[in-house]
Design a protein around this ligand. Structure first.
Ligand code: SF4
Length: 247
């Protein structure tokens, strides 16, 4: 058996242990199995590594001078760095413990989030809670937040300048939490975090890195409510995140 085939077999065994379907390998002549390549670790291949500038301890920027998630939330509450502040009811900084091993990042607050000041509430939030429970991770052990902290009007996509203005808050939250794994849900979250224009489809099935932290990309729960066919691939992605957490 070739090295590539042995690695593929090992990968599929692990997938099966994690509850995936059985897969029959069919050789292509003498070229080995017809499965996508895997890294030697058995995880999906390495993707984008993005390392935005880290904090400067002596910077005058108030965001860099925060020492807790609550400090960051306090700054966000009075932030007027982009036009999204005009129509917001509440800022939605994110919630969860500073000791969280997993950070979940979505796109931006919707109507219910804007009304409550909490991320991922409503039907999409309930689905996220179920997804986390499926990997035996209670929601209250996860830090959950969004790329932008104020609701875009009519739930439109956040614009480039709004994302650029808000990202320093997210960077600081990640610096403070120091998670073991990041789960980016939806194209906006993945593209903004990894500073890429690649599609969600192209970004899935790889282990990306943000400042060295593994990043898994999957669908946003709101998209799953619109298209239940994406639940299975989302489950595959979330299981990879769970394996990285346990690794
Ligand atoms: S979206 Fe972010 S940058 Fe814009 S006003 Fe809200 S907190 Fe500030």
């Amino acid at each position: 058996m070739t090295d590539a085939r042995a690695l593929a077999v090992e990968y599929l065994k692990q997938q099966r242990l994690l509850g995936g379907d059985s897969v029959i390998l069919r050789g292509r002549g003498t070229d080995g199995p017809s499965v996508r390549p895997v890294s030697p670790s058995g995880f999906p291949p390495v993707g984008i590594a993005f390392d935005p500038p880290s904090a400067d301890l002596f910077a005058a920027d108030p965001i860099q001078q925060t020492r807790s998630l609550q400090d960051v939330a306090t700054l966000i509450a009075s932030c007027r760095k982009c036009k999204l502040c005009d129509a917001r009811t509440n800022t939605v900084p994110g919630e969860g413990p500073a000791t969280a091993r997993l950070v979940v990042i979505g796109e931006g607050p919707g109507r219910t989030e804007d009304e409550t000041g909490r991320p991922f509430v409503g039907r999409a939030g309930e689905l996220l809670t179920k997804i986390l429970e499926a990997i035996k991770l209670p929601r209250d052990l996860v830090f959950i937040c969004n790329i932008v902290k104020c609701r875009p009007p009519e739930n439109r996509l956040p614009q480039y300048d709004e994302i650029a203005a808000c990202l320093p808050y997210l960077y600081r939250q990640i610096e403070l939490v120091k998670p073991k794994v990041i789960l980016a849900m939806g194209g906006t979250a993945a593209q903004s975090l990894l500073s890429t224009k690649q599609s969600l489809g192209a970004l899935r099935n790889q282990v990306h890195r943000f400042r060295g932290i593994p990043v898994i990309v999957t669908y946003h729960p709101a998209a799953l409510l619109r298209n239940p066919n994406w639940k299975r691939p989302t489950w595959d992605d979330v299981r990879i995140a769970a394996r990285l957490l346990d690794n």
